[in-house]
Write a protein that binds this ligand. Sequence first.
Ligand code: 5GP
Length: 118
Amino acid sequence: MSSSGAEPSIFSRIVAREIPATIVAETDRIIAFNDIHPQAPVHVVITTKTQQYRNVVELAAAEPALLAELVDVARQVADERTGGEFRLVFNTGPSAGQTVFHVHAHIMGGQLKEGSLG
Ligand code: 5GP
């Protein structure tokens, strides 16, 4: 359950192992797993284990060190999978393509599928 008292997001349910995912990295506060609908040869979702922040703007304002940790874990994931050249995409708001309102980034490596960034 989140600290906000909201319904658990789909990502919180992955953190709790209530639904399966291929987890590729995990720290005390961050988790990364393969996207269920990959839009690139490497497509990993990276998120905070708690869901109190809806998007990157809220996270950056409240806990910049946690955002920095997320970016550092993303770099490690990308180093292992892409050789260090990658996209790190934070969709922010519905019209920007955000569908899960639990802060997360997409780590994408290789050629994107056509239309995948809108
Ligand atoms: P958004 O659209 O919010 O930026 O990104 C949400 C991402 O989460 C999408 O790329 C979507 O494919 C992914 N996703 C949604 N549900 C699941 C799930 O149950 N498992 C996994 N691994 N990824 C999911």
